[in-house]
Ligand binder design. Structure first.
Ligand code: PS7
Ligand code: MN
Ligand code: MN
Ligand code: MN
Ligand code: MN
Ligand code: MN
Length: 344
């Protein structure tokens, strides 16, 4: 189907694109820049996974209800009546109107439908696993992030290839790193939002790391523990920066300029967010974000690998300056220098 021409004015597609815009301004912008043969599939892929995540995140759903819902979610994708109302605000609107997403999903190429179904199946199963146990080790952390974000990377590569826009070698390991770089940044930045989640917190910081700096994760909210909290934060920044080189390698293999921009812009936003968060105690008291003007600048300027390397170097430099200044006594200052220099 030729996306733009057919989608305009049709209530299901209009709804899907307006919802995409409501739930994620930044993904909405990059998805709408994709070529027509990919745009609709990626839009629906996003909304399907966002619906799955809304079930995962809703802490009012009892565990014995949530786990089977997550596991069965992929079987709902072809059910024109199915909906499961949960979540809040725009996420709740997505769940209430889910049959419109299904209607659009069923209009996609069957190959695209199969890729989305396969990833939703594996992601739902993985989310269910981590409803029943916590993220304890760094290995757990990598596995959880593989389920909720790495798999998205693998699915996107399948969609790029099925749409004949990418032909090169894009190994799973590199696509996984792309997802982990985004997801770990989100988990670091969302500390306060996730710990204050009602009626119960939902935490993904691995105990193997935070256990070195505190007795319980809640302690990091107390300004009296700010020094230890920031050391923990910096340790997590070091952990996520280990994926940066593989992300750059993935991006350097892309051929289509619009696919490249779609993949590269979120990675640049992620390293920009990390540079803001690094050594910043405000992560524990509020929301830390890149400045609006800066986000806008990168949305338009990322047109080549050269621009990506420049942006990564810019944000790595900001972190290196913190390593040489306020963070010079951080226990991981030396290791941070090593990983940051790798992207210069
Ligand atoms: C490009 C090879 C289909 C574009 C893009 C919805 C965002 C929600 O937001 O903490 O704080 O509530 O609950 C690799 C995206 C990974 C995934 C994961 C990059 C689908 C996306 C469902 C691969 C995005 C990483 C957030 C699970 O956890 O979030 C390339 C497209 C990409 C969705 C993201 C999100 C998990 C998530 P929030 P949570
Ligand atoms: Mn979420
Ligand atoms: Mn989630
Ligand atoms: Mn989050
Ligand atoms: Mn969030
Ligand atoms: Mn959340």
């Amino acid at each position: 189907r030729k996306a733009k021409a057919q989608t305009r004015g049709s209530p299901d597609w209009d709804f899907c694109y307006s919802l995409l815009n409501a739930v994620s301004r930044s993904f909405s912008i990059v998805i709408q820049q994709l070529p027509p043969q990919l745009r609709d599939a990626v839009c629906i892929f996003y909304l399907v996974l966002r619906a799955l995540d809304t079930i995962e995140d809703d802490m009012t759903i009892p565990v014995d209800v949530k786990v089977p819902e997550l596991v069965k979610f992929h079987t709902r994708l072809r059910d024109r009546e199915w909906k499961y109302v949960c979540g809040e605000k725009d996420y709740r609107r997505l769940m209430l109107n889910y049959p419109l997403v299904t209607q659009a999903f069923l209009q996609l190429d069957s190959v695209h439908q199969e890729v989305i179904t396969d990833i939703a199946r594996r992601m739902g199963k993985g989310m269910a696993e981590f409803i029943e146990r916590d993220v304890e080790t760094v290995q757990d952390y990598d596995l959880y992030c593989h389920y909720v974000a790495g798999l998205t990377g693998l699915g996107l590569v399948h969609l790029f290839k099925a749409s004949r826009l990418e032909h090169g070698d894009l190994p799973d390991d590199l696509a996984n790193s792309m997802g982990l770089f985004l997801q770990k940044t989100n988990i670091i930045r969302d500390y306060l939002e996730d710990i204050n989640e009602e009626p119960a917190p939902r935490m993904f910081w691995p105990k193997e790391i935070w256990g070195k700096y505190g007795r319980v994760l809640e302690d990091f909210k107390d300004p009296a523990n700010s020094a230890a909290a920031v050391q923990c934060l910096n340790h997590l920044v070091l952990n996520v920066m280990r994926h940066a080189v593989r992300s750059l390698e993935f991006l350097s293999r892309l051929q289509d300029i619009q696919v490249f921009r779609f993949c590269a812009i979120p990675q640049v936003m992620a390293i920009g967010t990390l540079a803001e968060c690094f050594n910043n105690p405000q992560v524990f008291t509020g929301v830390v974000k890149m400045r609006r003007g800066e986000t806008a600048k990168y949305m338009v300027s990322i047109n080549s690998m050269r621009n990506v390397y420049l942006a990564f170097a810019h944000f790595a430099c900001i972190m290196i300056k913190k390593c040489n200044g306020p963070a010079q006594n951080d226990p991981h200052a030396t290791e941070l220098h090593v990983v940051l220099n790798e992207v210069l």
